[in-house]
Design a protein around this ligand. Structure first.
Ligand SMILES: CCCCCCCCCC(=O)SCCNC(=O)CCNC(=O)[C@H](O)C(C)(C)COP(=O)(O)OP(=O)(O)OC[C@H]1O[C@@H](n2cnc3c(N)ncnc32)[C@H](O)[C@@H]1OP(=O)(O)O
Length: 218
């Protein structure tokens, strides 16, 4: 079966970069893919999503925005690469490794002992009544929990299960302290814990199982 990203690809990429198992053939780490403005491009899209979440455009303004977006989509259509060579997820110099689908976080420290980061939920991560949607909190825990497992095992793991205990409301537009660590492991099973704090206030806790992938396993 051909993946969606392969169907959409408009620029041919190098065979060496192709998938041979796991999320990526290897942990690609870059600071150059997409160029020096890539981070600002992603940031502008996030800002646009913030505006879309709260805007109530007139029909004329909505049509204008649609026209502009079609032009922008056509520009990016000329430069689509496969999943494995996209800057997204590899740009360690950018929030969330340049992955626009993740809540933006900045790593403060990361290694076999765990990961410490600051995550800021945006206006478009609104759940209701001014605070974050619980699903977005789970995404932050999933990615940073997966990172803690990966740094512990030195390879790739997939989530088996992930439970979030929502202890208090999670604010938007506020830098929050998020921490994930491997509590124990048994063979390929990595039991990961996490916490999310707004200052001294515990917003959420996480417990998850990440399973190390076997060589070549998707
Ligand atoms: C530095 C970059 C950092 C990037 C981080 C990104 C993190 C993002 C993580 C994700 O979001 S991954 C996407 C969400 N997860 C999935 O889509 C996984 C879907 N499930 C699978 O692909 C397979 O079930 C999986 C690879 C996880 C396991 O299948 P396997 O066939 O390799 O394992 P197997 O079924 O033999 O299970 C191995 C052990 O785990 C146990 N296990 C598996 N799934 C379990 C489960 N869900 N709950 C409890 N235990 C589970 C299983 O019982 C067994 O225990 P024992 O060794 O003690 O017998």
């Amino acid at each position: 079966m051909t993946g969606a990203s392969e169907q959409a690809q408009s620029v041919q990429t190098d065979d060496a970069a192709q998938h041979t198992g796991g999320f990526r053939a290897s942990f690609d780490v870059t600071t150059e893919r997409g160029g020096q403005s890539y981070g600002e491009m992603v940031e502008q899209v996030r800002t646009f999503m913030d505006k879309v979440r709260y805007a109530s455009p007139t029909p004329d303004l909505a049509d204008e925005v649609i026209d502009d977006l079609k032009k922008l989509n056509a520009k990016l259509d000329t430069m689509l690469v496969d999943e494995w060579t996209s800057p997204s997820g590899t740009r360690i110099d950018l929030p969330s490794r340049g992955n626009i689908t993740l809540p933006p976080y900045e790593i403060l420290d990361g290694g076999p002992e765990g990961v410490e980061a600051t995550v800021t939920f945006r206006r478009f991560h609104l759940g209701g009544n001014g605070v974050a949607h619980g699903g977005h909190v789970a995404i932050a825990f999933d990615d940073l929990g997966g990172m803690a497992a990966a740094l512990k095992l030195g390879g790739v793991a997939r989530t088996g299960y992930l439970t979030v205990h929502y202890r208090s409301l999670t604010p938007l537009e506020t830098p929050l302290a998020i921490r994930t660590w491997v509590e124990r492991f048994e063979g390929r099973k990595y039991f990961v814990r996490g916490t999310l704090y707004d200052g001294d206030r515990l917003c959420a806790e996480m417990e998850a199982l990440f399973i190390a992938l076997k060589p070549g396993q998707a």
